[in-house]
Design a protein around this ligand. Structure first.
Ligand SMILES: [Mn+2]
Length: 223
């Protein structure tokens, strides 16, 4: 059992940036078994070293919610069509014989996590809806809200968090172009490490941040 004195360290979108993750966890002085390390999803793809990210995730006894990249991996493994099919062959090459163990691990990840004062979700929430009644597709991909939920990415529409009225502070990733954001009850943790930005973590209960600069851009950003 974890001691109550442990911190909770919530890590933004890693996307295979192993070196930056290792540095972030070092700077956070993570105590394995005492501190709770929770990832916001999208540990894999785009960056250089998804497998080593997962190995480090295991070493710190990490937990994660589902990112759209892990979810699309499960869909591909299960034989469903997905437009990001090319990522699976990259993962097969990167993970080799360890891929089935990673897939088994990811199948246990929830789409959201309620920490009491904080609600964790990879992309965001639909207005007025608890994540338990929200389509996982929305939870893992939403950026903007069109009034009905058909078009979750249109930059002409307001960001989903403009509509958020809940009590808990929502912590999310997924939207690197925001460059991270912090409001009263909304915290964005994706600071675009894989695009040459930074890797961010939120430390609770202090509500402080640690940020590590990317060693280099590993992938081109697209909207
Ligand atoms: Mn994402």
């Amino acid at each position: 059992m974890r001691k109550s004195s442990g911190r909770t360290i919530i890590v933004g979108d890693v996307h295979g940036c192993y070196l930056e993750l290792a540095q972030l966890l070092r700077e956070a002085h993570v105590v394995v078994g005492r501190d709770r390390v929770i990832f916001i999803g999208d540990l894999i793809n785009k960056g250089p070293d998804s497998k080593r990210v997962w190995e480090l995730f295991c070493r710190v006894q990490g937990e994660s919610i589902m990112g759209n990249h892990e979810w699309s991996m499960l869909q591909l493994v299960d034989g469903d069509h997905h437009r990001h099919a090319k990522y699976l062959s990259d993962l097969e090459r990167d993970f080799g014989s360890a891929l089935p163990a990673f897939v088994r691990c990811v199948r246990k990840w929830p789409f959201w996590l309620d920490l009491g004062n904080y609600m964790l979700v990879h992309a965001g929430l639909a207005p007025g809806q608890h994540p338990s009644e929200t389509d996982p597709w929305v939870l893992t991909t939403i950026r903007t809200w069109d009034g009905v939920g058909d078009d979750l990415l249109n930059p002409e529409n307001p960001p989903w968090y403009e509509y958020y009225r809940g009590k808990r502070t929502v912590v999310f990733g997924h939207w690197a172009a925001l460059g991270g954001m912090q409001r009263d009850r909304v915290i964005g943790l994706d600071t675009g490490c894989v695009y040459g930005g930074m890797l961010s973590a939120l430390i609770l209960p202090e509500r402080t941040f640690i940020r590590v600069r990317a060693h280099q851009p590993y992938h081109r950003i697209h909207k």
